[in-house]
Design a protein around this ligand. Structure first.
Ligand code: ADP
Ligand code: MG
Length: 216
């Protein structure tokens, strides 16, 4: 099973639904250690993405990812908008012109996304940011692809470890972004951006599992 433009669109539709479903929770997490807008920011961005999915034709996975990038950059705002925008843009560039992505292609895209977020936001592991979900996701995806897992299994591995990574942010003190202003008071709360990253990857994994079942 590989991932073409249509299955990438299906994956992003699943992300739109997940972000809408978890909007209130993401905002509540951001209220604890930020300014309480992360769910709203993400929902606004992915609602705009949905409108473009409905009106645009895409030839490649990269074209879908590029549209998501530019839409998030222009609609999400805050810290997360440019960071997620960079993630999708770097992922798009990394797999440019490939009509389908295999498991290795997915690893390449995820790695580029993570590297883009790190380049832009300069967060290190355990700074209590989305990097704490992205880096374990990349590592798990790479390990899964190395043992021959398919696209759906690679995305599942990424999602599972992103979720563990997001949970693991709870005891960390934030050292980047708005939450860092709280100092020690940021300890004991789950990072909203790491949480949205875990939801996003889970949606992609669910969608890939769904298309794998359809084509078998
Ligand atoms: P803002 O903080 O501007 O209100 P959001 O609430 O939408 O933006 O997003 C907050 C999330 O952004 C945080 O939970 C964190 O995961 C992520 N974030 C903030 N700064 C950075 C950074 N420098 N690197 C990576 N992620 C970051
Ligand atoms: Mg915020």
């Amino acid at each position: 099973m590989t991932c073409d433009a249509a299955s990438t669109v299906a994956g992003i539709r699943a992300v739109v639904a997940t972000i809408a479903e978890h909007k209130v929770e993401l905002t509540r997490l951001d209220r604890d250690i930020g300014d309480g807008d992360h769910g709203e920011n993400m929902a606004r961005g992915f609602t705009a993405v949905l409108a473009k999915l409905d009106t645009t034709e895409f030839d490649t996975p990269a074209a879908v990812l590029k549209m998501v990038a530019s839409t998030l950059i222009s609609t999400v705002g805050g810290a997360a908008g440019p960071l997620y925008g960079t993630a999708f843009l770097r992922a798009s560039t990394a797999v440019k012109d490939q009509p389908t992505l295999d498991a290795q292609g997915v690893v390449t895209a995820l790695t580029a996304a993570r590297d883009g977020v790190v380049a832009r936001g300069k967060a290190e592991l355990e700074d209590k940011t989305m990097v704490d979900a992205l880096t374990p996701a990349v590592n798990a995806a790479r390990a899964a692809a190395e043992v021959g897992d398919d696209v759906a299994a690679v995305l599942r591995a990424a999602a599972t470890d992103a979720n563990l990574g997001a949970e693991a942010t709870i005891p960390f003190q934030a050292r980047k972004g708005r939450a860092s202003y709280l100092g020690e008071r940021s300890i004991g709360h789950k990072d909203p951006g790491a949480t949205s990253t875990a939801y996003l990857l889970a949606a992609l994994a669910d969608a890939a599992a769904g298309s794998a079942a359809e084509s078998s």
